[in-house]
Design a protein around this ligand. Structure first.
Ligand code: AMP
Ligand code: TRP
Length: 331
């Protein structure tokens, strides 16, 4: 059976970008690919590549697991787990560090961006992060990995590492394929549409979180930056802000951008934004209601236990064989 796998780091609050770029795609794939198995995890080991407050990290990890479920994942068909509860991720991560080159890691734009922002106190694990991410994926022989556009480069490196391992030691890991959505793979900041919408931005008007209340959502959309052209059309070059809002609308409603442009071509930005505000409110408020039920439930804990047990079983067997192939240990 083919396996689909993805993960989200529990840093900052989940944004509409995470939802449209990653979570929503995952749920959609699950509905479409009925003959696949779905592995989904909270990447808490990745979160500690930058400083985290322990109590907040733990809370956010659970929040993400609950939010995934609230967004409509099929509980029966999802192996949901927390990365740090399975030791083999780090074990394989180390082995893969020994199969990736400094030059390859130095080329990762996410590392370069973060290192530039942070300048000092850059941890060694932030640098080797792609090796751990590759381990997360190939440990389970995942076939498909749905992610947003910013993870494309990491996925390419994962494929390189897996192929390199297979070439040297003989076929062993499945080389995964990324699945990147056509619309919504890169939702931009509402205040600065040249930047990706991100939970780590200081200006909170730039992003919508999955937990924002209806009034906050409406206000943030209303104050989103547009342009002075005053005409609704899809022109990402010259009307970046508006193009981003159209993308959000299309992705949230599963409609074509063209169709939306047609509907609003004679409207003002103000009216369009009012409607978009309602679209997002209608999308997020029901998810939040479900989240509130799930986060308190024993069922969430039970699902995470079950996920841990199933994933752990696979990981344990895979690593035993992996070490044998490499010549580690006595047999
Ligand atoms: P992260 O929050 O960095 O762990 O990202 C989790 C997932 O959300 C990854 O698949 C990202 O590619 C995706 N993602 C994050 N931000 C955005 C965004 N602004 N637009 C689309 N996808 C995003
Ligand atoms: N690096 C991803 C991010 O920052 C999160 C992640 C970690 C991930 N391991 C993964 C995504 C494995 C897909 C598959 O968004």
């Amino acid at each position: 059976m083919k396996r689909v796998l993805s993960g989200i780091k529990p840093t900052g609050t989940l944004t509409l970008g995470n939802y449209l770029g990653a979570i929503k795609q995952f749920v959609k794939l699950q509905r479409k690919m009925t003959d696949c198995e779905f592995y989904l995890f909270v990447a808490d080991m990745h979160a500690i590549t930058t400083r985290q407050v322990p109590s907040e990290l733990r809370k956010r990890s659970l929040d993400i697991a609950a939010m995934y479920l609230a967004c409509g994942l099929d509980k029966e068909r999802t192996i949901l787990f927390i990365q740090s509860e399975i030791n083999e991720h780090v074990e394989l991560g180390y082995i893969l560090q020994s199969n990736v080159y400094m030059g390859e890691l130095e080329r990762m734009t996410q590392f370069k961006d973060k290192a530039q922002k942070q300048e000092t106190s850059i941890t060694a694990s932030l640098f080797t992060y792609p090796a751990l991410m590759a381990a997360d994926i190939i440990l389970y022989d995942a076939d498909y990995v749905p992610v947003g556009d910013d993870q494309k480069q990491h996925l390419e490196l994962t494929r390189t590492i897996a192929s390199r391992f297979n070439n040297y030691y003989g076929d062993f890991f499945t080389v995964p394929e990324p699945i990147i959505p056509e619309v919504g793979a890169r939702i931009m900041d509402l205040q600065n549409p040249e930047k990706k919408m991100s939970k780590s931005e200081e200006n909170d008007k730039g992003y919508i979180t999955m937990f924002d209340d209806a009034e906050t959502i409406r206000r943030k959309i209303r104050s989103a930056v547009t342009d002075s052209e005053g005409v609704i059309r899809f022109d990402p070059q010259n009307q970046q802000g508006l193009a981003n809002l159209l993308t959000i609308y299309a992705s949230a409603t599963d409609r074509d951008i063209e169709d939306i442009v047609n509907q609003y071509k004679d409207s003002s930005y103000k009216d369009f934004k009012e409607d978009l505000g309602e679209v997002i409110v209608n999308l997020l408020v029901p998810i939040q209601e479900k989240y509130n039920e799930i986060i308190k439930s024993q069922e969430l804990q039970d699902l995470l236990d079950r996920g841990r047990d199933i994933a752990s079983d696979y990981a344990f067997k895979k690593m035993r064989k992996c070490k044998k192939k490499i010549g580690l240990g006595r047999k």
